[in-house]
Design a protein. Structure first.
Length: 202
C-alpha cells in the first residue's frame, strides 16, 4: 500500500496524476476498497483521488471529500510519518479551496495547507503561497508568498519555480529582476512545465 501511495504522490508532483493513477488503480482498486473497510488511511486517500477524478469508479466529489477527511483524521495519529500525513492534508485543503465536495472555505484550506507545508510538502507550500499572494483566507503577504515559493522551488517542484519567476518578473514580494525571472522560468521549462515554457516563448 505504501508503494501505491508513493507512486501516486510522484504522479502529483510530476503533474500526471490522472494517467498514472489510472495505471495503478486498474490493478489495485479492489485491494484499496478492502483496506478502506479496515479504516486504513492510505487506502482512503487513494480512493479519494479515484472518486475525485472518476478513475475506476463513478466520479463523486462529495465521496472524495469524505475519503480525504477520513484519511486526515486517521493520519493525525502521531505514529504517521509527517510526509505521508501531508498528502491527505493537502488533498483535503484543495477540497476547501476549490469547493470539491464541500463549500469553499479558504480559512480551513489555509489551516490544512500550513500543516502540510510545515512538513516540507512542496505542493502545499505553493498553494499556501498563492493564498498569501492573493490574501485568500489569510492576510495578504507577498514576501511570505515568495518565501514559500522559494522553499518549494528548492525541492525542484516546477510550479514553484515558475511562480517564483513570475514574482521576479512583475516585482511581487521582491524587487523586479527580469534576469532572475528568466532563470527560474528556464529551470521550470527544462522540467517541461508548460506555463514556464509559455512565459519564455518556447
Amino acid at each position: 500500500m505504501n508503494k501505491d501511495v508513493e507512486t501516486c504522490n510522484e504522479a502529483i508532483l510530476s503533474g500526471s496524476k490522472e494517467s498514472d493513477l489510472q495505471d495503478v488503480a486498474g490493478n489495485r482498486i479492489n485491494d484499496w476498497m478492502s483496506a478502506d473497510q479496515d479504516g486504513l488511511p492510505e487506502a482512503q486517500w487513494l480512493l479519494g483521488m479515484c472518486y475525485e477524478y472518476g478513475i475506476e469508479v463513478e466520479k463523486d466529489k462529495v465521496v472524495a471529500f469524505k475519503k480525504y477527511r477520513s484519511a486526515v483524521k486517521k493520519r493525525n495519529h502521531k505514529s504517521t510519518p509527517n510526509f505521508q500525513r501531508a498528502f491527505a492534508q493537502h488533498s483535503l485543503a484543495r477540497c476547501y479551496a476549490q469547493s470539491i465536495g464541500v463549500n469553499k472555505d479558504y480559512k480551513k484550506a489555509v489551516e490544512l495547507f500550513t500543516k502540510a507545508a510545515n512538513s516540507e510538502y512542496a505542493p502545499s507550500q505553493v498553494n499556501l503561497a498563492t493564498c498569501y499572494d492573493r490574501g485568500l483566507g489569510v492576510e495578504k503577504d507577498e514576501r511570505e508568498a515568495v518565501n514559500l515559493y522559494t522553499k518549494a522551488a528548492e525541492q525542484e517542484y516546477p510550479p514553484a519555480k515558475c511562480n517564483l519567476g513570475l514574482c521576479y518578473d512583475v516585482g511581487t514580494g521582491v524587487e523586479k529582476d527580469e534576469c532572475e525571472a528568466v532563470e527560474w522560468y528556464t529551470k521550470a521549462a527544462k522540467q517541461e512545465y508548460p506555463r514556464a515554457q509559455c512565459n519564455l516563448g518556447i
